[in-house]
Design a protein around this ligand. Structure first.
Ligand code: C2E
Ligand code: MG
Ligand code: MG
Ligand code: MG
Length: 291
């Protein structure tokens, strides 16, 4: 009502401008214990190959199961971790858990790459390549099965530092992907000199691909650009079959999105492997047909 609008206490709630809300302060206070207590959990979202129509890998996406609040999404607590110095332990937790899960799947005959998201701060930990090498070793995980996803803006924050860490990871055989591609402001000249293997087109350009001509143009140019630079291209946010069809026509390499599969906890993704047309069993049968 008009009366309410003129009330100085009446404001729209936008968490971006509310760094110290009671909820944030509480979460901040509890995050360290959550990391140590294993209250974090990885969900896995399938990544599908356009060439075969089957799963080729999974992206690990962290969730926090809070005893009182329930499930909390990374968009809320990863920024808190980044600002409070807890991002290093958070990233290390993820970097240990994902290879452990890789090994468990590998023992079951399920061979998938696993993508893990890193933060800009992780690129300033000069020991991170050695830490990762040790974990891969522990789980007998080939380095090329691990894909590290880093956003454009993170890479641009300190290009020289980023380049040196990325070069060491690349030398180890680990794959590198630029996440949320198109939302940052990286220069092509700079991209060309980074040892990356993959770009992931941000979902904001993909979700409405079938109805928004500008999005379609951006996605097409990005795929062509990626291929010109020798990179593989993944589209995020494929929500409809129309999106899948257009991306296939445009020559995109891989897709993630709700149309194929949502991020799921391990028990549920295992079931998805069995039951989905894009999943594991289909893959095994497909390979039998071929050879
Ligand atoms: P991201 O790496 O770009 O991950 C993709 C996000 O898009 C995920 O959100 C996923 O659930 C969502 N998504 C996937 N398919 C679709 C779709 O078809 N439609 C729509 N609307 N959304 C889709 P999520 O899991 O909430 O993660 C959000 C962001 O949090 C991630 O974006 C990533 O930047 C960050 N994040 C997640 N896990 C970690 C982590 O372990 N460490 C760090 N540093 N960041 C993480
Ligand atoms: Mg990602
Ligand atoms: Mg993304
Ligand atoms: Mg993101």
């Amino acid at each position: 009502s008009v009366a309410k609008k003129s009330d100085p206490g009446y404001t729209f709630y936008d968490p971006k401008f509310d760094h110290y809300s009671p909820r944030r302060l509480m979460l901040l206070g509890e995050l360290r214990r959550a990391i140590n207590n294993n209250d974090l959990c990885l969900y896995y979202q399938p990544k599908i190959s356009f060439e075969t129509g089957y799963i080729i890998g999974c992206e690990a996406l962290v969730r926090w199961h809070h005893p009182k609040i329930g499930r909390i999404f990374p968009d809320e607590f990863v920024p808190l971790a980044e600002r409070s110095g807890l991002i290093k332990p958070l990233s290390m937790w993820v970097l240990k858990e994902a290879p452990r899960q890789w090994e468990e799947w590998h023992k079951q005959g399920i061979d998938l790459s696993i993508s893990v998201n890193l933060s800009v701060r992780d690129l300033f930990d000069s020991q991170i390549p050695e830490k990762i090498a040790k974990i891969l070793d522990q789980h007998h995980m080939p380095p090329e099965m691990l894909i590290l996803e880093i956003t454009e803006s993170a890479m641009m924050e300190d290009p020289q530092q980023a380049r040196s860490i990325l070069a060491r990871l690349n030398d180890m055989g680990i794959k590198l992907a630029i996440d949320d591609f198109g939302t940052g402001y990286s220069s092509l000249a700079y991209l060309k000199n980074l040892p990356v293997d993959e770009i992931k087109i941000d979902k904001s350009f993909v979700m409405e691909l079938d109805t928004d001509e500008d999005d379609a143009t951006i996605v097409k140019s990005t795929i062509d650009l990626g291929h010109t630079l020798g990179l593989s291209v993944t589209a995020e946010g494929v929500e409809k079959s129309e999106g899948w069809d257009i991306l296939m026509q445009l020559g995109c390499d891989y897709a993630q999105g709700y149309f194929m599969g949502r991020p799921l906890p391990v028990a549920e993704i295992n079931q998805w492997f069995e039951e989905s047309n894009w999943g594991m069993r289909a893959h095994a049968e497909g390979l039998k047909d071929i050879g």
